[in-house]
Design a protein around this ligand. Structure first.
Ligand code: FAD
Ligand code: SF4
Length: 488
């Protein structure tokens, strides 16, 4: 039997193929049946796998099957350690030689070294980020200080969106041109849907994300030139007419392993070095990648496989049908409905929409954390098993009791009104707590705080919101109304 290197769907770039050995690629239908999956996501994964097979030519064997296990069993394989607990068990159970994982700025061994000797309290993203910056010499002076004197320019990156503007007015992002591989993928997806083999969510519009290494490099070049200069100041803002804002759309190509995150970071640093990008933008962007992205990856392993089942706030409400069906028309809240419509169309929403609308709503309404994590993995093109638990269970739903985020990311309509342009076109009023016009985020926020008042009393960072809660005269009414609310 010839030894082959198995490349999983998240290992499709050149960095996973550093030897001359034959390559095995697998298209597994079962992967799309585990949970309802966005059609654009299925399209992107298949397109990327088939493009990779075409690039590798005779070196690659592409097998279409139901499960990975049936293809891998009985072969002589070498694998770069894959990105989920399930896939790691699989490669070991079929006796593959396993190489250390790749695709992140820091290795798992680096992280283990950093964690050793640390207290749990110091295991926070800020400390990790500083360590990576210092270790890698990213945005550091010769004297070992952060460039500009600070490690974080977050405070400069919270501007509300420009008033009365429909878009940021930036050039269009780079869009791929579809080819015959995409055409074939579409035909296969149509057939599977017709035959009832799989059920997909959302629309399969034009492909919007890179599916090859070359495309990812092109997308990166356009981003750095046209959007990175504005990335920082608009990082927390949302405009309903501008679905990409100044974001990079690079999570998918990075998560598919098409492009090395270090290459992405270096392109941003080069642009800063030649003076075309301000410090707050480059630092904000670099922090997302060498900070947040690597941090979430390492925490996935560090916190263990059961982490996704944590439920510190006892949230047990099911994820509603309007979410599972991506049915924007069933939702009246303009902010939430617009974001769900965007997810339907693209399988993507930017970070603030994920956190401030989807995550915040799920938190306030007590959605079950593990089911919410499943929903995000299926509905988002860039959703992977490693990235979701900490972002959903931890950062958004506070179901880990404060490991990933020290306070719950809950906010009412006033903050949404400040940072977006949704409220003007909404049938609810962000200032109203009780009655027909009561904003589900505003009333939901207060009802949520009241429900967990005792637990949050021990958290110093919650003192101010709880003081506000104590001043509400109509709290009982708000709580009663939200307990039975059926329209939002
Ligand atoms: P940009 O805004 O351009 O940021 C640059 C890069 O930073 C991203 O491409 C991403 O690789 C990285 N990054 C930033 N924040 C995070 C983070 N919290 N975790 C991991 N990487 C980060 N990211 C995913 O890659 N896949 C997901 O399925 C995903 N789901 C999320 C769900 C929720 C509820 C939340 C709050 C965040 C989620 N994120 C996820 C993180 C982040 O929202 C996306 O990475 C980002 O919106 C992708 O768009 P972009 O590439 O234009 O990002
Ligand atoms: Fe969203 Fe409330 Fe504003 Fe409507 S009023 S858009 S529900 S925050």
């Amino acid at each position: 039997v010839t030894r082959q290197r198995i490349l999983f769907g998240e290992q499709l770039g050149p960095m996973f193929d550093d030897d001359e050995e034959p390559i095995l690629l697998v298209e597994s239908l079962a992967a799309f049946r585990k949970r309802p999956t966005h059609r654009a996501k299925a399209h992107l994964y298949l397109s990327a796998i088939r493009h990779r097979a075409a690039e590798l030519g005779d070196r690659a064997e592409l097998v279409r099957a139901d499960t990975f296990r049936e293809v891998l069993t009985g072969r002589d394989l070498v694998a770069v350690d894959p990105t989920s607990y399930g896939a790691r068990r699989l490669v070991r159970s079929v006796g593959a030689e396993v190489l250390p994982s790749r695709g992140f700025v820091t290795s798992e061994a680096d992280f283990a070294g950093w964690v050793r000797g640390r207290t749990d309290a110091s295991l926070v993203m800020d400390n990790f980020y500083r360590w990576v910056r210092e270790r890698e010499g990213i945005l550091m002076t010769r004297g070992g200080k952060p460039v500009g004197g600070r490690f974080s320019y977050d405070v400069d990156n919270r501007q509300p969106p420009p008033k009365k503007a429909e878009t940021l007015g930036l050039p269009e992002p780079w869009w791929p041109e579809e080819d015959e591989i995409d055409e074939q993928v579409r035909a296969d997806l149509d057939r599977w849907e017709r035959e009832g083999v799989v059920h997909f969510l959302g629309a399969d519009g034009p492909r919007r994300f890179a599916a090859t290494h070359g495309e990812a490099q092109e997308a990166l070049r356009w981003f750095v030139r046209d959007r990175l200069p504005d990335f920082g100041r608009w990082e927390d803002a949302t405009l309903s007419g501008d679905w990409t804002m100044a974001h990079s759309l690079l999570s998918l190509p990075m998560n598919l392993g098409l492009i090395d995150p270090r290459e992405v970071v270096d392109a941003a640093l080069d642009a800063y070095a030649d003076g075309s990008v301000p410090l707050n933008s480059v630092e904000g962007f670099v922090r997302q990648i060498v900070g947040w992205r690597d941090w979430m990856w390492h925490l996935y392993w560090h916190l263990g496989e059961d982490y996704v089942h944590r439920n510190a706030l006892g949230a047990t409400n099911p994820v509603p049908d309007a979410f599972w069906e991506l049915d924007a028309a069933a939702i009246e809240a303009n902010c939430l409905s617009s974001v769900i419509a965007g997810v339907h169309e693209h399988g993507w929403a930017h970070h603030i929409q994920r956190l401030m609308m989807l995550g915040n709503f799920a938190l306030e309404r007590g959605f079950d954390p593990a089911e919410t994590s499943e929903w995000f993995i299926g509905a988002f093109v860039d959703g992977t098993p490693w990235v979701m638990p900490t972002n959903v269970v931890g950062m958004s739903l506070h179901a880990d009791g404060g490991v990933v985020a020290t306070k719950p990311y809950a906010s009412g309509g006033a903050y949404i009104d400040r940072m977006t342009d949704y409220c003007g076109g909404c049938r609810f009023d962000p200032k109203v707590r009780v009655g027909e016009d009561a904003c589900p985020f505003t009333a939901g926020y207060w009802a949520f705080l009241e429900k967990h008042r005792e637990r949050f009393a021990a958290n110093r960072r919650m003192a101010q919101p709880l003081a506000g809660l104590g001043r509400l005269k109509d709290l009982d009414e708000v709580v009663a109304q939200e307990a039975t609310r059926t329209r939002w």
